[in-house]
Design a protein around this ligand. Structure first.
Ligand code: NDP
Length: 442
C-alpha cells in the first residue's frame, strides 16, 4: 500500500461518521500524491498523519435563554487544526447542520487556503448548531455572549483569531467581541470582520466575493477570455454571493440568478443588487421577495440555479450544493468557467464532470481565499493601530488573488497538468505548510 493510501485508511478508521471531513481529506490526498511521492521527507516526518489530525478540538455547551424564558442548550465547536505558519485563523458558522465533521472539513481546508494567501495564518474553524433564523436581537446577543464566554479562554490575537461564516456577520462579531473584551480586559484584534468603528477593515465585507471574481477573471485572462459581457449564475444571497454579484456587475457581466435555502430567483434582465441587499442585509428576509418586487423576475422553490444557461457559475451558498447532475447540466449549457465561492460546494463527482469537460474550474481554497486574506490584513492594521483606505485594501486583495492564481497555475503546470487548478491549489498550499512542519520538528 502506498504511503498516501495507508494514511487515508487510518484517517477513515479514526474519523468514522465524518463524511464531509473525509471528502475534504480525500481531495487533498489524491491531488498531492506527485509531491509526497517525490520526497521521502514527507513520510519520514509523518507529515500526512500529522496534518490530518487537528492540534486541538474543543466542544462545549452553550446555554442561553429564549424570549419565553426557556433555557436552551446548543453545542459549540472550535477546531484548531494547524498553526505551522501562523495563529489559527478561520470563521465561525452558526447553522443547525453544524457538527464536528463539518467544522473539521472547514478547518482542514482552511490550512491550505490560508497558506495560499502568502500571509502568516494557520488553519482553524468553529461554530455552533444554533439556528439564528427567526431569533430576536436579544436572543442572538445572548447566544453570542454565552458562546464567547467559553471560547474566550481558547483564543487570542496571537493564538487563534476567528471570523464570520454562514450565519455570522458584523452583528454577531460585534456581540462576541464585546464579550471577549469584558472577560479578558484587553483590546486586541482577536476577531476579524469587526465593525469599522472598533478595528474592522474597510473592504472586509466585500473581500470574499470580490476576491472570487478577481481570481475567476485571472483564470479567464490566462485562457484569452474575460468576464465582461458574460452571464453569471450565482447561488446563495449572503455575504459571499452579494459581493461576488457586485464585482461581476462592475466588471461588465450580467448576474441572472441568486438563491437561499428556500428557493431561487431568475432575472433575465440582470439581478438588481440594491433590492437583494434591502431584502437580505436590511430586512433579513427571503429571496422569494425579490420576485415580488421586480417585474420580469421569476421565483422557483424547486430545482437549482444551475439549470439556467450561463457562461460562469459561482456557487456561493454551502457545501455539496452542486452535484454531478448539476455539473452535467452546466456543461450541456456550455458553461465556460466555475469559481467556488462557498467551501466545497461541488461534490467530487461534479468536479470530475468539469474535469472531463475541460471546464475552467477554480476550487474554493483558492477562489474564496480573499475573505481570510483581508482578515489577515485586518489583523495587521490592528497590530499597527492604524487603518488603510478601501482602495489600499482592495488593491492588496487584487494582488493577493493574482498571487494565488499564479501559485496554483505554476504548481499545476509543474506537478499535474496545466489548468488543473484543483491539484495546483492543494499542492502549492500543502508544500509551504509541510516545510514549516518539518522545520519545526515533531
Ligand atoms: P451567509 O450566511 O451570509 O449566506 C449563506 C447563503 O447560503 C444564504 O443565502 C443561505 O440561505 C445559503 N445557505 C446556507 N446554507 C444553506 C443550505 N444548507 N442550503 C441552501 N442554502 C444555504 O454566509 P456566507 O455568504 O458568509 O458564506 C457562504 C459560503 O461561503 C459558505 O460555504 C462559507 O463557508 C463560504 N465562505 C465565506 C467566507 C466569508 O468571508 N463570509 C469566506 C470564505 C468562504 P438561507 O439564508 O436560506 O440560509
Amino acid at each position: 500500500m502506498s504511503y498516501i493510501s495507508e494514511v487515508r485508511a487510518a484517517v477513515a478508521a479514526r474519523n468514522e461518521g465524518q463524511p464531509e471531513f473525509m471528502q475534504a481529506v480525500d481531495e487533498v490526498l489524491t491531488t498531492i500524491a506527485p509531491v509526497v511521492e517525490s520526497d521521502c521527507a514527507y513520510k519520514n516526518n509523518a507529515v500526512l498523519e500529522r496534518i490530518t489530525e487537528p492540534d486541538r478540538q474543543i466542544i462545549f455547551r452553550v446555554p442561553w435563554t429564549d424570549d419565553n424564558g426557556n433555557i436552551r442548550v446548543n453545542r459549540g465547536f472550535r477546531v484548531q487544526f494547524n498553526n505551522a505558519i501562523g495563529p489559527y485563523k478561520g470563521g465561525l458558522r452558526l447553522h443547525p447542520s453544524v457538527n464536528l465533521s463539518i467544522i473539521k472539513f472547514l478547518g482542514f481546508e482552511q490550512i491550505f487556503k490560508n497558506s495560499l494567501t502568502g500571509l502568516p495564518i494557520g488553519g482553524g474553524k468553529g461554530g455552533s448548531d444554533f439556528d439564528p433564523k427567526g431569533k430576536s436581537e436579544r436572543e442572538i446577543r445572548e447566544f453570542c455572549q454565552s458562546f464567547m464566554t467559553e471560547l474566550a479562554r481558547h483564543i487570542g490575537a496571537d493564538t487563534d483569531v476567528p471570523a464570520g461564516d454562514i450565519g455570522v456577520g458584523g452583528r454577531e462579531i460585534g456581540y462576541m467581541y464585546g464579550q471577549y473584551k469584558r472577560i479578558k480586559n484587553v483590546y486586541e484584534g482577536v476577531l476579524t470582520g469587526k465593525g469599522l468603528t472598533y478595528g474592522g477593515s474597510l473592504a472586509r465585507t466585500e473581500a470574499t466575493g470580490y476576491g472570487l471574481v478577481y481570481i475567476v477573471e485571472n483564470m479567464l485572462n490566462a485562457h484569452g477570455d474575460g468576464i465582461k459581457g458574460k452571464s453569471v449564475a450565482i447561488s446563495g444571497s449572503g455575504n459571499v454571493a452579494i459581493y461576488a454579484a457586485q464585482k461581476a456587475q462592475q466588471l461588465g457581466a450580467k448576474v441572472v440568478t441568486m438563491s437561499d435555502s428556500k428557493g431561487w430567483v431568475y432575472d433575465p434582465d440582470g439581478i438588481k443588487l440594491d433590492i437583494v441587499k434591502e431584502i437580505k442585509e436590511v430586512k433579513r428576509g427571503r429571496i422569494r421577495e425579490y420576485a415580488d418586487a421586480v417585474k420580469g423576475a421569476r421565483f422557483s422553490d424547486g430545482g437549482k440555479v444551475w439549470q439556467v444557461k450561463c457562461d460562469i457559475a459561482l456557487p456561493c451558498a454551502t457545501q455539496n450544493e452542486l452535484d454531478e447532475n448539476d455539473a452535467k447540466q452546466l456543461v450541456k449549457n456550455k458553461v465556460i468557467a466555475v469559481g467556488e465561492g462557498a467551501n466545497m460546494p461541488s461534490t467530487t463527482a461534479a468536479i470530475n464532470v468539469f474535469r472531463s469537460a475541460k471546464t475552467l474550474f477554480m476550487p474554493a481554497k483558492a477562489a474564496n481565499a480573499g475573505g481570510v486574506a483581508v482578515s489577515a490584513l485586518e489583523m495587521s492594521q490592528n497590530s499597527l493601530r492604524l487603518g488603510w483606505s478601501f482602495d489600499e485594501v482592495d488593491a492588496k486583495l487584487k494582488g493577493i488573488m493574482k498571487g494565488i492564481f499564479d501559485k496554483a497555475a505554476d504548481a499545476a503546470q509543474k506537478y499535474a497538468s496545466p489548468a488543473d487548478y484543483v491539484s495546483g491549489a492543494n499542492i502549492a498550499g500543502f508544500i509551504k505548510v509541510a516545510q514549516a512542519m518539518i522545520a519545526q520538528g515533531v
